[in-house]
Design a protein around this ligand. Structure first.
Ligand code: NDP
Length: 280
């Protein structure tokens, strides 16, 4: 069994990103990511801090715009409009989830698609769907980078994605399809899920349920990608029952130290791509 080391691959991606950032800075373009953080959600605070650290280490300028928990829809929309208009800002990210009284979809629609480094805007989702260049959501993009780093052959292989969210499952399926895998997407209404999962050469779990994928759902030798991040008794666990599944899998990602590491690395790459386009 091969343990897919997300930390090592992410570090290599970040080193390359730092070189690209340096080259841009030498040309007079400092890559700049603006993050909009609304409220005091503790998990969001941690994610934003990690993004700031990633930017700093890579040579990317980061600005965090903090808005109060009880801010209005207009406050958020004006903030996004201001960042859209600011030529020094190359990437804009609105940290999700937003407080319930705010219309998340409306906010995401307002981000300039060319600064949408999270890849959540409908324009970028559409570009991915029809195979045009655009920003791709960082987590599934990171999974593709990991598969590439471990030279996992996708052509003609059966990839099963469990989960159909807009930020992980659906873009994941599109990327695997574009890489010539035969793709099945499962969700909460899927019948016979275990049997479908057992047919997978590549199994991606993005469910949000701790240890959902058990050993009997995995074909011997399959590549198992665990996107899940769940907190159980203060510990981070994935959507895959790692101890049992690692006995059957050919390759597997750990949690932590797997896909999660790749997400921020890909955000840094997307920001540098945005800066490179703007700076031309
Ligand atoms: P969502 O809750 O948006 O989506 C979960 C998906 O799983 C849905 O499509 C849902 O189906 C499906 N699902 C839920 N229960 C079952 C079930 N019993 N059987 C089959 N399918 C089921 O989650 P996300 O996609 O945002 O995230 C998934 C996981 O990945 C979470 O643990 C999250 O924390 C983690 N994550 C990790 C990231 C990283 O950087 N590593 C980044 C983003 C997310 P239906 O559509 O029918 O409801």
């Amino acid at each position: 069994m091969t343990l897919m080391d997300g930390r090592a691959v992410a570090n290599a991606v970040k080193e390359e990103a730092a070189l690209r950032a340096k080259a841009l800075i030498e040309r007079g373009v400092t890559p700049h990511l603006a993050v909009v953080l609304v409220g005091e959600d503790p998990a969001s605070q941690v994610y934003v801090r990690n993004k700031e650290t990633g930017c700093r280490k890579t040579g990317i300028r980061s600005t965090v715009v903090r808005l109060a928990q009880d801010c209005t829809q207009q406050d958020v929309e004006e903030t996004v409009a201001r960042l859209n208009a600011d030529a020094s800002v190359h990437g804009i990210l609105v940290q999700l989830p937003l407080p319930r009284h705010l219309d998340e979809a409306r906010v995401l629609r307002l981000i300039d698609p060319d600064k949408d480094v999270d890849g959540f805007h409908a324009m970028n989702a559409g570009r991915l769907m029809i195979g045009q260049p655009g920003f791709v959501p960082c987590t599934p993009l990171g999974v593709m980078k990991l598969l590439e780093a471990y030279e996992i052959d996708l052509t003609g292989k059966h990839a099963v994605v469990i989960g159909r969210s807009n930020i992980v499952g659906k873009p994941m399926a599109m990327l695997l399809l574009a890489a010539n895998a035969t793709v099945t997407v499962c969700h909460s209404r899927t019948q016979g899920l275990a049997e479908i999962a057992r047919q997978a050469d590549i199994l991606v779990a993005a469910v949000g349920r701790p240890r959902f994928v058990t050993a009997d759902m995995v074909k011997p030798g399959a590549t198992v990608i665990d996107v899940g991040i769940n907190r159980v008794d203060g510990r981070l666990v994935g959507d895959v029952d790692f101890d049992a599944v690692s006995q059957a899998a050919g390759c597997i990602t750990p949690v932590p130290g797997g896909v999660g590491q790749m997400t921020i690395a890909m955000l840094l790459c997307n920001t540098i791509d945005a800066a490179a386009r703007h700076g031309r």
